[in-house]
Design a protein around this ligand. Structure first.
Ligand code: ATP
Ligand code: MG
Length: 423
């Protein structure tokens, strides 16, 4: 992609537009635009990042046997009455449809998925089943001041599983837990994301959250000593739970736990029969007797993950995208002025494109080197390659990983072959 063709430009000052760090950087880099608090447009660069995150999620969900579906955001009141949640979910957006029909915009999809998939469950032979979607959710969040971290309209992957018994649910829950770890690893936040015990379990003692450690986080968690797991603050006061989770735990010990701020990037629950019993979803066992179907639900917010990466992995110069989610893999900066040099830079761009490398090519004429380099830092593509009259004299380019301070001069051929080995 040529800079001169890109729809967006970097934005000088967004200080009035948003207070959160992730939104500031993403607005300035031209990744998103804000329509109102908690509601954003994903511009071409932002769309590429979001799609890459969603594709990682999709691949990992497919690996655990999830089958992709797409459910409606627009939902009738009746299904929310069936589960008695119409008045209980305080963030539910309610609206009036034609013929005075009361509707909601889906904040989550248990009310849709349970009766829908239930239609295909008759006997034990029909189980287990798991479906997921990657879709836009709506929540009327009272405070939407954290950029992509807390949207009123945001992206969620929600997986739902259906089982004959607890053992089947437990085993699948473990598989999904491992898939989540893999997703965060591929998104570059694996080593700072902790599996966290939380309340809110409907059919189990706990639900599990995936919490990414950062001082900007809204949640407080306590790391269990010597492990990569943590406990959410809301359950620390539950002495019984703490004794369960931490060997030899005594009251007062919580004072010695490491307290961390974190962002919840995922949340998984064992729902048991909470929703299947409301909708009367049963299966016939081998003896033909009716049995309740057990469910699990597994949420993950791709747009929140994108905001988290922007928030956590950036530096004072701008964004720093991990490889797998970066909008492009190479940021090619031309500092060439005369025609012969420009031609050579164009050739390099074309060669890389032909080899399938995703390149953002700063081909702008009349823009100072300083401004181009500042834009490259702000946009945060993992590899910066500068081509100038000086480097071309040596048939070389100047190469710098975004996360390094030092640039190295590399012969063009070496640069291309090293890049191809990586890809
Ligand atoms: P929170 O406690 O932060 O409000 P939640 O526990 O209500 O979130 P879940 O219902 O568990 O959220 O949603 C599943 C996932 O969807 C969350 O783990 C998070 O990654 C994402 N998510 C939830 N609410 C939002 C939001 N308002 N904006 C962006 N992502 C969200
Ligand atoms: Mg949650």
């Amino acid at each position: 992609m040529r800079f001169t063709s890109l729809t967006t430009k970097t934005v000088k000052d967004s200080s009035q537009a948003d207070v959160s760090r992730n939104a500031q950087l993403l607005l300035r880099g031209g990744y998103v635009d804000k329509l109102m608090a908690g509601v954003y447009t994903y511009l071409p660069l932002g769309c590429r990042v979001l799609s890459k995150i969603e594709n990682i999620v999709r691949e990992e969900m497919n690996k655990v046997g999830g089958q992709e579906v797409l459910m409606p955001a627009l939902q009738p009141r009746e299904i929310w009455d069936t589960t008695e949640r119409w008045d209980k979910v305080d963030v539910l957006f309610k609206l009036m449809g034609a013929g005075d029909r009361e509707l909601a915009l889906g904040p989550t999809h248990e009310e849709v998925v349970t009766p829908t998939i239930g239609k295909f469950i008759q006997s034990y032979r029909d189980l287990p089943k798991a479906v997921y979607q990657i879709q836009t959710k709506f929540r009327n969040e009272p405070r939407a001041k954290s950029g992509l971290l807390r949207g009123r309209e945001f992206r969620m992957k929600d997986l739902y599983s259906f089982h004959v018994d607890q053992a089947s649910l437990d085993a699948f829950y473990e598989e999904v837990t491992a898939a989540y770890h893999e997703i965060y690893r591929r998104c570059g936040i694996g080593d700072i994301t902790l599996l966290t015990y939380a309340g809110g379990g409907i059919f189990s003692k706990y639900s599990h959250e995936f919490q990414t450690i950062t001082e900007y986080g809204e949640d407080t968690i306590y790391r269990i000593p010597g492990t990569d797991t943590a406990v959410n603050k809301e359950i620390v006061d539950d002495e019984g739970a703490m004794a369960d989770l931490i060997p030899n735990y005594k009251k007062g010990d919580e004072k010695n736990l490491e307290e961390l701020k974190a962002i919840e990037v995922g949340n998984i629950f064992k729902l048991g029969t909470r929703f299947t019993s409301a909708f009367g979803i049963e299966y016939a066992d081998e003896a033909g007797a009716k049995q309740p179907v057990l469910m699990g639900c597994y949420g993950l917010g791709p747009s929140r993950v994108m905001g988290t990466i922007a928030e956590v992995l950036s530096d004072d110069k701008g964004l720093v995208w991990p490889d797998e989610v970066a909008p492009y893999h190479v940021h090619l900066v031309s500092l060439c002025r005369d025609e012969a040099d420009i031609d050579r830079c164009e050739n390099l761009y074309n060669t890389l494109c032909e080899k399938g490398v995703e390149v953002l090519y700063d081909d702008r004429a009349g823009v100072q080197a300083g401004a181009k380099l500042a834009d490259a830092d702000l946009i945060g593509i993992p590899r910066r390659v500068v081509v100038s009259p000086k480097t071309l004299k040596e048939d070389s380019v100047e190469f710098k990983p975004r996360s390094d301070d030092q640039a190295v001069i590399t012969p063009i051929e070496t640069f291309i072959s090293v890049l191809m080995e990586k890809d």
